[in-house]
Ligand binder design. Sequence first.
Ligand code: SAH
Length: 390
Amino acid sequence: MIKVFLNKRISPRVVNGHPWIFSNEVNIIEGETSGGEIVEVFTHDKKFVGRGYINPKSQITIRLLTREKNEMINDDFFFKKINEAWSYRKKIGYTENCRLIFGEADFLPALIIDKFNDYFVIQTLSLGIEVWKNAIINALQKIFSPKGIYERNDVPVRELEGLQQQKGFLTEPFDTNIIINENGLRFNVDIENGQKTGYFLDQQDNRKAIEHIVKDADVLGAFCYTGTFEIHAAKYGAKKVLGLDISENAIAQAKKNAALNNLENICSFEAINAFDALKEWSKDGRDYDVVMLDPPAFTKSRENIQKAVSGYKEINLRGIKLLKKGGFLVTSSCTNLVSPELFLQTINDAAKDAKRKLRQVTFKAQSSDHPIINGIENTNYLKFLIAEVL
Ligand code: SAH
């Protein structure tokens, strides 16, 4: 097996349990590597650190899979890890739909698996995990006997690893338009053409969190995708709900979802740029009891954090202006680059500019099937705030 010796000075990150080792932390690689192999990693003074996969083409040269000296990386390892992740999900109450594997938080870096009842959608986002795709599929077959597995590897980050973007069936083909249940509602999921893996499971608990604040409310939801928050609002007693998204496809799905739940009399949807709509409508003096905002990540790089913050401030300012006194703002951010503190600060700045006061109802992260591990920053990414706007 290829042996890797680290530099004398390495980041405390590695020592504290983070699985990533960057190229500038590697001193010697003993053996030939073209990328994707399992390697053994040692400190400069030859102490065992762990085993992981290597990709010299990637900035993250090694991602560790184990720190146990006796644990070998083979098909059984992947079976064991996936089984453990499944036991954990069941223990914390996620059985039907869940993120079964959340990469680093399940100790399988760069692997994502979403479970939609009997169907599974997987993303192998690095070369080293791509190599084990068959082992992963076999483990899923053994544990779940799924009706279908689909690969949504049409993601640009794969190119940083020297991998192609691709999507397709990993089992016999099946109808990729499926229906899932969530909080007593039904939703269409388009596994093949939906965004990301088809559905945002990370907001599943937060959608339930709006239960009490939407009763009899006139609700506006911006960045609604397939209308999941909006349809929850209708189920929880909203009088009228309008959802906005820039994607025509998403709006078509949202309308289908409203009909699927017999809530099309309460919910309507419009394909429109939410930035423009929020701006114009706040000028027009429209007002709502509840405004919900769930925009995409405005940045993927640290250099653009300020741009992202301006984006959040802008839409939240408009959202706050659209609220009646005593209305509720429901607002999210899904990039780990904006910390919870910075997010709250940004919303408070927006409220200040609008000359309004906020009273926090709840502030949460993503649903618990996406575990957070202290010290692994990208696992703590979603912010979800409900605040009364006075
Ligand atoms: N709330 C959704 C997820 C929203 S994802 C859920 O829980 O399922 C973010 C959405 O914002 C995407 O559907 C994307 O199409 C939409 N979007 C991106 N830019 C937009 C814009 N300028 N105006 C309106 N929608 C936009």
